[in-house]
Structure formats: structure tokens, C-alpha cells
Design a protein around this ligand. Structure first.
Ligand SMILES: N[C@@H](CCC(=O)N[C@@H](CS)C(=O)NCC(=O)O)C(=O)O
Length: 321
């Protein structure tokens, strides 16, 4: 039995959940409280989710790509890595590269979108298993959601999205990936691998970010993701996607126009992927009561004055394909 410590909406967690289901391994999920993580403190490994504990081998580890590699080595049936060593290494490099770029940027922009359009969803995500969900209820969540938004802003530096060129770097990364997927159907070789699973999972938060979900050159990529979700019996929409869709339909608008983006970055080191990686990078910044002082102005600026303008709501084209 594999125990999976998780935040259920995390796209890194979804990678591991998908791998476990694909390999038909028995597993049970344990929802953690994001602020204390007390459920997983007993394990001597970095305290990020996903974290697994294999009760058969007593291995406990975090970091989604090493977890998937461990599962594939310990339980080789229904392999997620090709047998050929060159292709195997290519899959591994794709995973590390996507974890270190797409995964981090999509997380930043997905949360930013929720803060701009539907902040109450934050209380539902983070607080429904704290004090019996009292802070996630109507009324209290109006106060709780901005507090979580402030903390997340400082943790992930959403207030620096523009300075850090997150939209631009992500676009430069995704356009060639989309072309490759459209041409070959897979990131490596001729069959589904852990690299494709990683790409489809980590793209998920961008389904609510109109700059990407509505980007004419990315429709085939999202269509490919949608088909994989259906073929592999994954949830096609997470609850936060539904929450923001309902809100957009009601108001008839979405925050989608990135006003400062005039032209695309043509190429970045991250987009070309020429430097091999040894491990995935992360971007968790420490939050203390001192850094939190910055939280309120950063949050308010992000929510109201961050240069992402309103536009009429239309569903993304790939949804109808
Ligand atoms: N590279 C890691 C990233 C994991 C990660 O950053 N997980 C986030 C949730 S999406 C986390 O544990 N956050 C806890 C925190 O911010 O303290 C992986 O692939 O598992």
C-alpha cells in the first residue's frame, strides 16, 4: 500500500496520483493541513507534497519526479519510462525541466488568477479540513480568503510576476512544446511516458489563465491534454476550475489581457533546455511575520492593479473540440 500525502488540487500531486492509477497500485490519500503539515512531520525528507510512504518497503520520499521513478523501478509493471536508456534519460530530463519551469510558473499564474477573480476559492481549498471547515463557510471565508491570498503572494512572489517575466517565459517554453506535441503526439518516442504525464498534469492551472487557455497557438496542446484526461480517466476539471467558470459565466468577464506584453520572447535557456538538470528546482520563499507585512499591499496591488485587464468571457476554443 502506498500512502500519498497530498493537497488534492496540487498539480504535482496529480502527477503521482496519475502514475499510481496508471500502474494500478493500491494507494490511499492523506489530506494534509498546508499550514502545519503535521501529518507528515515524522518523515525525514523535504516537507513538500506529494510525499509518499510505501508501507511495503518503508521508503518515504517527496518530490514528484523521483517518486514516479521510484515507483517505476520498485513496481516495473505498466512502465512509465522507455526501456531504451537514451529515451529514458530524455524522459527524465523533460520531467525535471517541466517541474522546474512549467510547474512553478503555472502555479504562480493559476493562484494569481484565483486571487484576481475568485479569491473565495482559496478558503475552500486551504481551509475545508481546518476546524471542520468553519473558515471556508460563507461569511468567514470573506475574511479568510484575503489572508491566505496574502500568504501565498509572499510564499510564491506573485507580486513579481511581471518583473520576473513569468508570462513571457512560459509562452517561450510552451510554443515549441505545443508544436512538438502537435507533430509527434508524445514528448519522447512513440508512446505515452512519464514525460507526457508530467506535461499534462503541470499544464492544469493554466486552464484558468486566459492568456494561455485562449492562446490560438496552444489550442492543440490543451486539446491533447483534454484527450489524455479522458483516455486515462482523470478529472477533466478540478473544483477551482469549476468555481472560476461559474463566476465568469455569471459576470460575463474574465481577467485575461496581459497589457504589458507587446512581443514574445524568442528563446530562453529554459525554453531550449540545453543544460541538463540533476534535480527539480522549487520557488518556495520563506514566510515570517515580518515578510507578511508586505503581504497586504502586495495582495491588493495584485488583485486590482496588476495590469491584467478585463475582457468579455468566452470559453476556450479547445473545450468545444
Ligand atoms: N518539485 C516538487 C514541488 C512540490 C511542491 O512545491 N509542492 C507544494 C504544493 S504544490 C508544497 O508542498 N507546498 C507546501 C508549502 O508551500 O509549504 C515536486 O515535484 O513534488
Amino acid at each position: 500500500m502506498i500512502e500519498l500525502y497530498k493537497l488534492h488540487w496540487s498539480h504535482y500531486v496529480e502527477k503521482v496520483r496519475w502514475a499510481l492509477d496508471f500502474k494500478k497500485l493500491p494507494w490511499r490519500g492523506i489530506d494534509i493541513v498546508a499550514f502545519t503539515k503535521k501529518e507528515m512531520r515524522r518523515f525525514d525528507c523535504p516537507q513538500t507534497v506529494p510525499l509518499i510512504h510505501d508501507t511495503a518497503t518503508r521508503v518515504a520520499m517527496s518530490d514528484s519526479s523521483p517518486i514516479i521513478r521510484y515507483l517505476d523501478e520498485a513496481y516495473p509493471e505498466r512502465g512509465l519510462f522507455p526501456a531504451d536508456p537514451v529515451e529514458r534519460e530524455q524522459v527524465w530530463q523533460w520531467m525535471l525541466r517541466l517541474d522546474s519551469t512549467l510547474g512553478l510558473y503555472a502555479r504562480r499564474l493559476g493562484y494569481t488568477q484565483l486571487i484576481m477573480e475568485c479569491p473565495r476559492a482559496l478558503a475552500q481549498l486551504f481551509l475545508s479540513n481546518v476546524y471542520r471547515g468553519v473558515f471556508a463557510r460563507r461569511g468567514l471565508r470573506t475574511v479568510a480568503s484575503p489572508a491566505i491570498g496574502m500568504m501565498l503572494t509572499i510564499r510564491f512572489h506573485f507580486h513579481r510576476n511581471r518583473q520576473d517575466q513569468v508570462y513571457e517565459k512560459l509562452e517561450a517554453l510552451l510554443l515549441p512544446v505545443a508544436q512538438k506535441i502537435e507533430r509527434d503526439g508524445f514528448l519522447v518516442g512513440q508512446q505515452f511516458s512519464a514525460a507526457d504525464l508530467t506535461l499534462a498534469s503541470l499544464l492544469r492551472p493554466l486552464r484558468i489563465v486566459p492568456h494561455f487557455s485562449h492562446h490560438p497557438q496552444l489550442q492543440a496542446l490543451f486539446g491533447w491534454q483534454e484527450r489524455l484526461f479522458r483516455e486515462h480517466d482523470r478529472d477533466v476539471a478540478f473544483p477551482y476550475e469549476e468555481a472560476i467558470r461559474v463566476q465568469r459565466e455569471r459576470r460575463g468577464v474574465m481577467r485575461g489581457w496581459v497589457s504589458w506584453m507587446q512581443q514574445q520572447l524568442t528563446s530562453t535557456d529554459e525554453a531550449t533546455g540545453e543544460v541538463p538538470l540533476q534535480a527539480a528546482k522549487n520557488d518556495l520563499h520563506p514566510v515570517s511575520r515580518w515578510t507578511l507585512i508586505l503581504g497586504l499591499p502586495a495582495y491588493l496591488t495584485l488583485r486590482w492593479f496588476n495590469g491584467i485587464a478585463r475582457m468579455p468571457y468566452t470559453p476556450a476554443a479547445f473545450l468545444g473540440s
